[in-house]
Design a protein around this ligand. Structure first.
Ligand code: ADP
Length: 255
């Protein structure tokens, strides 16, 4: 059992029960879809289009399940202080581009415009390519998930005072002032009772930890509900220092 689950079990009964219920629900959803679609595939008279749809649905559900398990494993590594980086000198542009490529199908499905603005080309840092890609993929997929059809998601990369600064912003549902200070806490999701989205509420906790391991900072900004959101990552361009500062502020403070 992942250590995160064990840790939660040692916490008050109510929250560990809630957590187990959430994990079971999240793990069961893709399994139910895989079982249902494999039964469809088993039918004798199946046209090509339906078969292709079934295979795609099974693939997507398996990917979702793998992502959930990866998040649980990463979180247990973090709590055991065992998450390490394989750092080398890397440029941020191709890392961000790869993350954008990975989420493009998701954006296309929702007719969301994806915009890139690489203001600076000097963005070499000491970093772990796969872990940084994981951070940007998480921010981008959240931006798409929480932005309604026809919205816009932008990524800006610039250099300031020897730091690379990447901002992922969206025109989506925004973050309430009450939730904003807790957004990087584990198992946190806004509107749990009203319209819970899929996910374990671990993605931003993991992203924060990875950025911190790189000697960087991550901040969230939003003017409030339906005002869009922005996440800014600051990474030192040369030797990472480990001074981490946390803050949340309004979008207007950022521009
Ligand atoms: P999950 O995988 O469950 O979405 P995350 O840690 O990635 O977990 O996000 C936690 C919560 O933060 C989300 O459930 C959502 O409530 C809020 N959130 C994250 N990104 C955004 C965004 N771009 N716009 C609005 N809310 C967001």
């Amino acid at each position: 059992m992942p250590e995160a689950v064990l840790r939660r079990l040692s916490e008050p009964r109510e929250s560990s029960d809630e957590f187990l219920a959430m994990v079971s629900h999240e793990l069961r959803t893709p399994i139910t879809a895989i079982l249902a679609w494999s039964e469809v595939l088993d039918r004798q008279y199946l046209n090509e289009a339906t078969a292709a749809k079934a295979v795609e649905a099974i693939r997507q559900s398996a990917q979702l399940q793998a992502q959930l398990v990866e998040d649980l494993i990463d979180y247990s590594r973090i709590t055991a202080h065992k998450l390490s980086l394989k750092c080398r000198t890397v440029s941020l542009q191709p890392i961000i581009k790869a993350a954008i490529d990975a989420v493009t199908p998701m954006a296309l499905k929702k007719l969301i415009e994806l915009e890139m603005d690489f203001v600076s080309s000097e963005n070499e840092i000491e970093g772990d390519v796969l872990r940084l890609q994981q951070v940007f993929s998480n921010l981008l997929s959240n931006a798409i998930k929480f932005t309604p059809t026809g919205g816009k998601v932008s990524v800006k990369l610039e250099t300031r005072d020897g730091n690379s600064i990447a901002t992922v912003s969206d025109t989506g549902e925004g973050i309430s002032a009450e939730f904003l200070p807790f957004i990087f806490d584990c198992y946190r999701q806004a509107n749990l009772e009203v319209d819970r989205h899929s996910g374990l509420g671990l993605g931003l906790t993991i992203a924060h930890h990875i950025v911190e391991l790189h000697g960087g900072t991550i901040h969230a900004y939003s003017e409030g509900k339906w005002q869009g959101s922005a996440f800014t990552i600051q990474l030192p361009q040369k030797h990472p220092g480990h001074k981490i500062s946390w803050s949340t502020a309004k979008l207007s403070d950022l521009w």
